[in-house]
Write a protein that binds this ligand. Structure first.
Ligand code: HEC
Length: 453
């Protein structure tokens, strides 16, 4: 009964939507194309039928983009989601919606510090010109406000390059004399798309003050008198785009190599992947590696991420997280092992030993090392293979297993340890290593805690 009723409705719907390609009405032919895309319908994907257990695990546990977000991305966000949306340094990925929005989105996430911005995440800067001068607009590299009491510099002086006030660094020198002040209205210009769909340059902010040309002519200093502070606050609040946000002289977007967070079809040029690996195509990425202190992604996790990105259609306007990830046609199934993040680049001599020496050696070294543990000695690596003094059941380092490595438990503040979390801060009794150092030590243990390599 129910079935035939449904079948009837479907038949009516199908008759109404599909079928003929044109409708012939009483007044002649009306061209009409009824074949519309059906939004939200997952693409049909043939499953992987090979025998690689890593691919099979990925396919069964992480079959869609939504699984990937929920089981991998969200997990790496940390217990309180802190990494994913409390810290400015990371893109917000804690919901399926924000994850989908990361596809093709600029990677210029608000950085904790300017050095953390990657050149290929820089956007085109706004442009600057003096209203009163005829020379052309120049792209803005970066700006900074140096705080401090107002100092009146004479008109014919050269203020120091760190003078309190507004500093603007441009891509090219301005053709104005150095060594004297120029009264002028600095205007900030950006391209907008107007209602007609045309690009239009608009000056969206300005600052009228005395300016000096410093250094090589690309550095402008605008004085900020007490009565001008509000004007500068207003200027900063509009959000001037800086073409060289990390201040290293490279204007990332100019080079035409800007990359999005998730680059549809191009996992190797996705900023998110690069941040997990610590490099993009061999070039180091500034900032700490993601995810921080949590479980590093496994090979199937990485396979899901890479195959998901590779399968995204670069020409689509939006992407559906409920579509199946196409493992069968994914190029990464040829060598999933190569996707392992564990231990990449972390060596005992290159990374772990220097951390232990500098953060721990003050107490764990010398004639009577604390806790009976000498981390400065030439035998430190051998010593770490042995049992802990505090818990004779555990080795200090158990190759491949952070969870049974007593040194790791002391560093991560595990509830089972005796004494305090390491390193002890003599001032307030507690301190932790920075998350990227913890992540590297954990990765080194997971990769076998080798002495070299
Ligand atoms: C300010 C001094 C101080 C610093 C710095 C310090 N420790 Fe300790 N460490 C101690 C003291 C004191 C003990 C013994 C008491 C305790 O465990 O709280 C100890 C104990 C340990 C133990 C237990 C030894 C065993 O065999 O069971 C380990 C492991 C350890 N520290 C590792 C580290 C590491 C790794 C660092 C650096 C990241 C570090 N410590 C930095 C003072 C320090």
């Amino acid at each position: 009964m129910m079935r035939s009723w449904l079948a009837g409705v479907l038949a009516v719907l199908l008759a109404g939507c599909g079928g003929s390609n044109s409708y012939t009405g009483p007044s002649g032919d009306i061209p009409f194309d009824p074949l519309r895309p059906t939004p939200g319908e997952p693409a049909v994907v043939s499953p992987y039928t090979g025998s690689d257990p890593l691919v099979l695990e990925a396919q069964s546990r992480l079959s869609t983009g939504a699984d990937l977000q929920r089981k991998v991305v969200l997990r790496t966000c940390g217990p309180t989601n802190g990494v994913c949306h409390n810290q400015k340094e990371y893109p917000d990925l804690h919901t399926a919606g924000t994850f989908a929005a990361a596809i093709n989105a600029p990677c210029n996430v608000q950085a904790g510090s300017y050095e953390g911005v990657y050149d290929r995440c820089e956007r085109l800067g706004d442009r600057f010109k003096f209203k009163e001068q005829s020379f052309r607009e120049i792209e803005i590299g970066w700006y900074a406000v140096v705080l401090g009491a107002y100092v009146e510099y004479p008109d014919n002086s050269v203020p120091p390059s760190d003078a309190a006030g507004f500093h603007l660094h441009l891509r090219e020198p301005v053709p104005l004399a150095q060594g004297r002040a120029h009264w002028g209205t600095g205007t900030f210009i950006r391209n907008f798309i107007n209602a007609q769909g045309n690009v239009e340059a608009l000056s969206f902010a300005s600052y009228n003050t005395r300016w000096w040309v410093l250094d090589d002519g690309r550095h402008l200093f605008g004085e900020v008198h007490d009565y001008q502070r509000d004007a500068v606050d207003a200027l900063l609040s509009v959000g001037i785009l800086q073409g060289d946000q990390n201040r290293n002289g490279v204007f990332g977007a100019r080079e035409g190599k800007a990359v999005p967070l998730l680059n549809p079809g191009k996992p190797e040029e996705s900023y998110l992947v690069a941040r997990m690996r610590g490099h993009m195509q061999g070039e180091p990425i500034p900032g700490s590696r993601m995810p921080l202190a949590n479980q590093p992604p496994s090979i199937p996790d990485m396979l899901a991420l890479m195959c998901f990105i590779e399968g995204l259609d670069p020409n689509a306007a939006q992407w559906n997280l409920s579509s199946a990830i196409d493992y069968a046609r994914c190029s990464y199934i040829a060598n999933p092992q190569a996707l392992s993040l564990v231990g990449t680049g972390v060596t005992w001599r290159g990374r772990v030993q220097p951390i232990l020496q500098s953060s721990c050696g003050g107490c764990h070294g010398g004639a009577s090392p604390q806790g009976g543990l000498d981390l400065l000695s030439a035998n430190a690596w051998t010593r770490l293979r042995q049992a802990s003094a505090q818990n004779a059941n555990l080795k200090l380092i158990d190759s491949g297993r952070p969870e049974t490595s007593y040194l790791w438990l002391k560093l991560s503040g595990d509830g089972s340890i005796l004494g305090g979390r390491m390193p002890v801060d003599p001032l307030n009794g507690t301190r932790t290593l920075p998350p990227e150092q913890l992540a590297d030590i954990e990765a080194w243990i997971l990769a076998g805690a080798l002495e070299d390599g």
